[in-house]
Design a protein around this ligand. Structure first.
Ligand code: SF4
Ligand code: SF4
Length: 104
């Protein structure tokens, strides 16, 4: 269990955590504190952006570098997925498996 960010300021993936594959499921189902502050408790979060089959936080994409780094820390971006069995994540994993099987 990590209780502090790494030397670059990002939360490392816990040993037992599953990596985030950008399914967007979490932001579609329940917005984070920033999403609630900006838009109210509505889902999916209006800040969610879909790009090339992956989902990103539009607030982080639009923020200047220092602010984006702070948001990544505050929102635990990269720290892993807390719902690894969700259907959207499974779908993305299947797509990745198909693409790698086809040599992409
Ligand atoms: S893989 Fe998990 S953490 Fe990443 S966007 Fe999907 S639900 Fe969220
Ligand atoms: S503000 Fe960003 S990280 Fe938070 S729920 Fe919305 S899209 Fe997801």
């Amino acid at each position: 269990m990590h209780d502090h960010p790494d030397k670059d300021g990002f939360w490392p993936l816990d040993q037992d955590a599953s990596p985030c594959v950008g399914s967007g499921y979490c932001c579609k189902k329940a917005p984070c504190p920033l999403g609630v502050q900006l838009h109210g408790p509505i889902a999916p979060c209006p800040s969610l952006v879909e790009k090339d089959g992956r989902h990103w936080c539009g607030e982080i994409l639009r923020a200047p570098p220092e602010e984006a780094a702070r948001l990544r820390q505050d929102l635990y971006v990269g720290a892993g997925c807390c719902s690894p069995m969700n259907s959207d994540r499974q779908r993305v994993l299947l797509q990745i498996a198909k693409l790698s099987k086809n040599g992409f």
